[in-house]
Design a protein around this ligand. Structure first.
Ligand SMILES: *Cc1c(COP(=O)(O)O)cnc(C)c1O
Length: 386
């Protein structure tokens, strides 16, 4: 079977995890700070807070930005449901901005149009969540400029994008946002099994994220409302959660980070090879902005359905029948039953819906061989009836 995405685990990774298992601290030990430092160094962010998964990171990022009842969060419909669910966890409301048909990311022009309308209706968003789909950075300079003008905060959902670059700088450095979130789920660029991280350049936000990760409890006298009552003392100063990462996970993360640059390079090599193998097929291949260096979490092809007799579903099923575990990223979030109950309808975001009718994520991970890339390409050609 050839999976659309999967982890790469080396003996070094295994040794790093086993070393933690033989140590004193399985959680709340030194590996967490080490992993946080590692990701902060790579991205250039000043603060990093490791958590149990990216969904948790999005949740506490929203809370740290004080998103709550009566507030709006806007994101793209072309994402995993976690990018919008985080607002609902906080009692806030969600709306979407349609995608740019070329990048498949949240479209800054549609965003501006919607902001103008929202300003008239006095319903401006408090937070906007751009998602770097497939690892290709959003047009962050444009989104940031709109944030300045209309007064919203920005959380980058960079679950696909660790190792990517925008205008020459690492995703996660926070130049254009308040908080950036990474996911370390096994299909993503690097993995900790489950895991996530929130990065920020704000000491205040980092402090809140740290509190929310662990029950709202602090042992830091500087954050307490009264003097320490003794060495046992701690205070709960906010309502937090148990969103902690374990030290086994963090040690795996540190070990994986040593290969991040190679991983992204390998993904670019695979993308380049696909672009050769698929060049003559009636497919739209991933478009890359000259200002950006994708992390290439996914390789999405769009079928040019007017040029083939097979349907999207037939192509998808034919690939699966050959044990090529293609996938579809994403079913537009606003078409999910849970979101339809909230009043969203088919037709609300036509570009995302059109993309959904044509997109297929073909295998993209660092251990694919050239024979596998050729096999996938040949199967795709056949599946399209060519
Ligand atoms: C994977 C993913 C998430 C959630 O990540 P978890 O670590 O699994 O919680 C959120 N947003 C996007 C875009 C993702 O791809």
């Amino acid at each position: 079977m050839i999976h659309y995405g999967r982890q790469d685990i080396t003996q070094d990774d295994i040794d790093a995890v086993v070393a933690v298992l033989k140590s004193v601290n399985l959680t709340q030990g030194p590996a967490i700070a080490q992993f946080e430092q590692c990701v902060a160094n790579h991205t250039g962010a000043q603060h990093a807070v490791a958590v149990s998964n990216a969904t948790a990171a999005l949740h506490i990022a929203c809370l740290a930005l004080e998103l709550g009842p009566g507030d709006w969060l806007w994101t793209t419909p072309n994402t995993f449901v976690a990018s919008s669910n985080c607002a609902l966890y906080c009692g806030a409301q969600v709306d979407f901005v349609d995608i740019d048909p070329r990048t498949y990311n949240l479209c800054p022009q549609r965003l501006e149009e919607k902001l103008i309308q929202a300003q008239k209706a006095n319903k401006l968003p408090k937070v906007v969540v751009p998602v770097h789909l497939t690892g290709q950075p959003c047009d962050m300079a444009a989104i940031h400029a709109l944030g300045q003008k209309y007064g919203f905060k920005i959380i980058e959902d960079a679950s696909h994008a660790i190792g990517g670059r925008y205008k020459g700088e690492p995703i996660g450095n926070g130049r254009y946002s308040d908080i950036t979130v990474f996911s370390f789920h096994p299909v993503k660029i690097i993995t900790t099994g489950e895991g996530g991280m929130a990065l920020t350049n704000s000491y205040e936000l980092a402090t809140r994220l740290g509190l929310l990760r662990s029950h709202g409890i602090t042992r830091d006298p500087a954050l307490m409302t009264e003097p320490m009552q003794g060495p046992w003392y701690y205070q709960q100063v906010a309502l937090g959660f148990n969103y902690r990462m374990t030290d086994m996970q963090a040690a795996l993360g540190v070990s994986q980070m040593t290969r991040l640059v190679d991983y992204v390079q390998r993904r670019h090599d695979i993308a380049h090879r696909y672009s050769e193998l698929l060049a003559d097929l009636p497919l739209t291949l991933p478009w890359q902005h000259q200002d950006s260096h994708s992390a290439y979490h996914l390789y999405v092809v769009r079928l040019q359905l007017d040029k083939i007799s097979a349907t999207h579903r037939q192509v998808f099923e034919a690939l699966r029948a050959n044990d090529i575990m293609v996938n579809l990223h994403y079913i537009p979030v606003h078409t999910q039953p849970f979101y339809q109950q909230m009043g969203f309808k088919q037709g609300d975001f036509p570009q995302a819906e059109q993309y959904y009718r044509e997109a297929i994520s073909i295998p993209m991970h660092v251990n694919l061989t050239d024979e596998e890339l050729q096999f996938v390409s040949n199967c795709l050609r056949e599946a399209m009836g060519l």
